[in-house]
Design a binder for this molecule. Structure first.
Ligand code: GAL
Length: 333
């Protein structure tokens, strides 16, 4: 009898310690974000393009059970940044450069080119060991596809892995890409038709990926994550008055022990309302063993006067007309 009580007590203690451990390491796991069909949104490593008053969210579609020889990008639309309608699996690509099993497509970003009236998708295209290190381009006449593969290349002849997109207030389009051999990342202007990467603006000498950029109140703020693969780390930011630099030293965007609340930067979205301007931090909470179940951490940033801070995640909503954010004062939902 005594033994049974001891065994039970030990078991209870074990469960208690294990759950404290589990919950303290994952207190910030975002809930599953469902689309209009009630299915989890599949737009990982994504980007947003605004067309008229509609936002389009593109990202890696990691749905289970898809044809493993293909790679997919999905597209969703929304007018309030909260309710998303599934539009289309806009890219269903077969290995375009003979990269072999395990080839991959990551971090799709779509730009709209006014001159050619085309939607231009940039992708990170790679083989399973990440040696190919190129960008690829796919093009469509309509925002929600289908997108057709055009080509792959190394931007400015440099290796390119994680990519980010930035459209400045004057409409100029830029690609951010990580260039490992130079131990830095590059901010580069696209060509007139967006089908090439034309001009280096900055080579920021800091080994960072997940690059994201925003122009806020006369300053450029760039965010990146350290190179730790799927494992989260403390993302950092720097500022500059010009895209050509000089950039300040990098600082953590949140308390470093929080590891960006278990997330990795993907994009900074500026919502200019008629009352205020809000900058949203869009990030992925990766689940490497179940990528389809990776979550999204989106939070309004505290930003201004050269400072940027990611507050602890909680539930919020934005009025995209005014730009004003309201908080629900509870975690997530
Ligand atoms: C991350 C990167 C992801 C993916 C992953 C693979 O650092 O941002 O897009 O490439 O590494 O380990």
């Amino acid at each position: 009898m005594r033994i049974t009580i001891r065994v039970l007590a030990a078991l209870l203690l074990f469960v208690l310690v294990a759950s404290i451990f589990y919950f303290s390491s994952r207190t910030t796991l975002a809930p599953v974000w469902l689309d209009n069909r009630g299915k989890p949104i599949q737009a990982h490593g994504g980007g947003i393009l605004k067309v008229g008053d509609e936002f389009f969210w593109f990202g890696e579609d990691r749905t289970q059970g898809l044809d493993p020889t293909r790679k997919y990008v999905a597209c969703y639309s929304s007018k309030d940044l909260s309710h998303w309608t599934f539009r289309n699996q806009v890219l269903k690509l077969s290995d375009p450069e003979n990269l072999g099993p395990g080839w991959l497509v990551e971090r799709p970003k779509v730009f709209y080119n006014e001159k050619t009236n085309k939607y231009v998708m940039y992708l990170h295209l790679d083989d399973k060991s990440y040696k190919f290190a190129r960008v690829a381009i796919a093009v469509s006449n309509t925002v929600d596809g289908d997108y057709h593969y055009l080509k792959s290349f190394r931007p400015l002849d440099m290796e390119s892995r994680d990519i980010g997109q930035f459209i400045d207030d004057d409409g100029t389009a830029y690609l951010i890409f990580e260039s490992r051999p130079t131990k830095g990342f590059v901010i580069a202007k696209l060509s007139d038709d967006y089908l090439n990467v034309e001009k280096q603006m900055s080579l920021v000498p800091k080994p960072l990926e997940g690059g994201a950029l925003v122009h806020y109140d006369g300053l450029y703020y760039v965010i990146g994550s350290h190179l730790s693969g799927w494992t989260p780390n403390s993302n950092v930011y720097a500022t500059s008055p010009s895209l050509e630099g000089p950039w300040t030293e990098f600082k953590d965007i949140a308390p470093p022990e929080k590891k960006t609340y278990d997330s990795q930067s993907s994009m900074l979205l500026k919502v200019v309302g008629d009352k205020t301007t809000t900058v949203l931090f869009m990030a992925d909470q990766w689940e490497p063993k179940a990528l389809w179940d990776s979550r999204y951490l989106w939070m309004p940033l505290e930003i201004g006067d050269g400072k940027l801070h990611l507050p602890p995640p909680k539930s919020w909503a934005i009025d995209v007309k005014t730009g004003v954010v309201t908080y629900k004062n509870r975690l997530w939902n």
